[in-house]
Design a protein around this ligand. Sequence first.
Ligand SMILES: [Mg+2]
Length: 268
Amino acid sequence: MLPSGFHMQDASDAEHVYFIGLLLFRLIIRSISSLAPLEAILFDIDGTLCDSDPLHFYAFREMLQEVGFNGGVPIDENFFIEKISGKHNDEIARILFPDWELQKGLKFTDDKEAYFRRLASEKLKPVKGLDKLRKWVEDHGFKRAAVTNAPRPNADLMVSSLGLSDFFESVVIGGECERAKPFPDPYLKGLQVLKASPSHTLVFEDSVSGIKAGVAAGMPVVALTTGNPEHLLMEAGASLIIKDFEDPKLWTALEELEGEAAKASVAN
Ligand SMILES: [Mg+2]
């Protein structure tokens, strides 16, 4: 929980307050085994099912340079992580072009999405271990939906490119809800369409904005380090941080969850 090699006696008062705050925050984060018996899983798409962020980054970098953003100096990955990754296009347009009419900003993000889809149709790859997790979910018969801030044409393209069109019962789009992530609305809608309880539903995410949305909707979130540093995912409230779906930490947690569910069914 504390950085390795960190000793409390080395910390200043401000650091003490920060780390005690972080410890308390970790205590109120829901554990995955508390979900037993698991009923449903909600998956973000970009960066969670597929490593699409490098394609988004590439598309934004090229197109922002074309419009002379930042004096024509290409954006770097840190800028992308801070200002763009996981956010809805309305928010991105406002952040990137505060002086533009919103419509002009949205035209830019629409064009960027079309460019992204051309890239994705050729280059999109599933996150490692996705097949294994998919089989586990299918074998257990859990309900499942995708919940994304991506526009619907992107979401449909990614889900079908990954061969998951029949896997998901529903694809919830942030922009079609009253408020997109980081608000809980898209995840609440996911629960509603699956008729699932947040007490028995797990979320997979990769962005700060997405983790906040899942936590705000009352669910524990497993976060992938596909595109964001671990400390940001932790601060956003992730219950477990994994590299990909082959990570042994994930399978240990899922086995624990199955163990809890077995105990509960024996007790009843
Ligand atoms: Mg994502």
